[in-house]
Design a protein around this ligand. Structure first.
Ligand code: ARG
Length: 455
């Protein structure tokens, strides 16, 4: 490509470190789309003739076919996807191929291709998050009233419902989807036409190519256009946060699956056995989803370090932007799909969850609230009385509902038998009707709202 200036060949090691076709072939479809829009614009602005444009378009069409059917010759000696396409175009249509690169550089070309790839990845991911949310909502709806322990410090805290717990993740993934949508909106400007870094002396129409490629507008600064990779960084940050949420849910699935908890069952579809212990059923998919966040954060860190301190504008360092980004989205998408599968697959054991919901004096706060409501005790005093009631229950080896009324009345003579009404997990969750609370009717209201959002 630059034979005019060079008389020697690159060293083999130079080619080895320089070549990117092995990974940037994933930009093929974006590269072709960019070239087609660029060629059409060069023709409408009179920079190239209609005949040359027609030949270029036909050649690019042939190349698209070759890539689709696996016959396109990806060659290391042409370094990257941009030069592979151009070299092949020359073989197919001859000298007219040389006009395609007018008013364009690989710098704006790769910025464009990569931006379009990340934009598509954000859109795909957004769709996969929505699918996961729908799976969570369906499960939440089926179990909106199934009581389970709510935890803080992984200690039983207050009873909640399984539907409420799942809907907490619907909120998290909702913010993740919004982050991808925001990133997409911000990145949706076309760098094509920034050329090498300074813009072009040709009468190009950047608005035309921007529109043809689905961008809202062209980027406003040619230096920034070829130097910017923060669209990728922002997407990787969003991806890392999303993977963090996935790992938390994955961890809960792992815990819930243990025989000690026994809150859920996963079918054979998302578990594996052991080669030595015949009784085992392991939540491998959940464990792998839990682990993937390491890759995501690794990718984000990798690209941040590549970009840090780079002077404007393009430096070859930036070729190292693609592998971490591809890997991150591959890992995230697989995790989202696997998690949606697991959520649809899992079956809660309602009896086991209900039994655990009442354990650990989880309705102690309800007892204290009863004292506040019925006896007008200050909450701090009620807290103290309740602590004494828990101590008594512990001595007697019973739950709070098993402490005889006489023992409760020894703590405060005004306590009546109606206090037992609030001591079941069902009564506890039903009472928490504040907006966003765990009462089944509140949970159902949020399910309804989300269904409307996702409709
Ligand atoms: N393969 C290069 C990359 O991925 C394309 C841009 C090359 N530009 C250049 N001036 N060498 O970044």
């Amino acid at each position: 490509m630059w034979g005019g200036r060079f008389s020697g060949k690159p060293a083999e090691l130079m080619q080895a470190i320089n070549v990117s076709i092995g990974f940037d072939k994933r930009l093929s479809s974006q590269d072709l789309a960019g070239s087609r829009a660029h060629a059409a614009m060069l023709r409408t602005t009179g920079v190239i003739s209609s005949e040359d444009e027609a030949a270029i378009q036909a050649g690019l069409e042939t190349i698209a076919g070759e890539i689709a059917d696996g016959t396109f010759p990806f060659r290391d000696e042409f370094e990257d996807i941009h030069m592979n396409v151009e070299a092949r175009l020359r073989e197919l249509i001859g000298p007219a191929a040389g006009r395609l690169h007018t008013a364009r550089s690989r710098n704006d070309q790769v910025a464009l291709d990569f931006r379009m790839w990340v934009r598509e990845a954000c859109d795909r991911t957004h769709g996969q998050i929505r699918a996961l949310q729908k799976a969570l909502i369906a499960k939440a709806e089926a179990h909106a009233d199934a009581v389970m322990p709510g935890f803080t410090h992984l200690q039983p805290a207050q009873p909640v419902t399984f539907g409420h717990h799942l809907m907490a993740y619907v909120e998290m993934f909702g913010r993740d989807a919004a982050r991808f949508a925001d990133a997409r909106a911000r990145m949706n400007e076309s760098p094509l036409g920034a050329a090498a870094l300074a813009g072009s002396p040709f009468p190009i129409d950047r608005a035309q190519t921007a529109k043809a490629l689905g961008f809202d507008r062209p980027t406003a600064n040619s230096l920034d256009s070829v130097a910017d990779r923060d669209f990728a960084l922002e997407s990787l940050a969003a991806a890392t946060i999303c993977a963090t949420h996935l790992s938390r849910l994955a961890e809960e699935i792992v815990i819930w699956m243990t025989p000690q908890f026994g809150f859920i069952r996963l079918s054979d579809a998302f578990t594996t056995g052991s080669s030595i212990m015949p009784q085992k059923k392991n939540p491998d998919a959940a464990e792998l989803v839990r682990a993937k966040v390491g890759r995501l954060l690794g990718s984000f860190t990798q690209l941040t370090v590549v970009m840090k301190g780079l002077p404007l504008t393009y430096s070859k360092d930036m070729q190292e932007d693609k592998v971490p980004t591809f890997e991150a989205f591959d890992a995230l998408e697989l995790s989202l799909l696997a998690m949606a599968g697991m959520v649809a697959d899992l079956e809660p054991n309602r009896e086991k969850m209900a039994a655990a919901a009442g354990a650990g004096y989880s309705t102690a706060t309800d007892l204290a609230d009863w004292l506040v409501r019925e006896l007008n005790l200050p909450f701090r005093d009620a807290h103290h009385v309740t602590g004494a009631a828990v101590k008594k229950a512990e001595e007697l080896g019973v739950g709070l509902e098993g402490v005889p009324l006489s023992d409760l009345q020894a703590l405060d003579a005004r306590i009546t038998a109606s206090i037992y009404d609030v001591l079941t997990p069902e009564a506890s969750v039903a009472s928490r009707r504040s907006y966003g609370g765990t009462a089944p009717d509140q949970v159902r209201a949020q399910i309804k709202r989300w269904k409307e959002v996702l409709a």
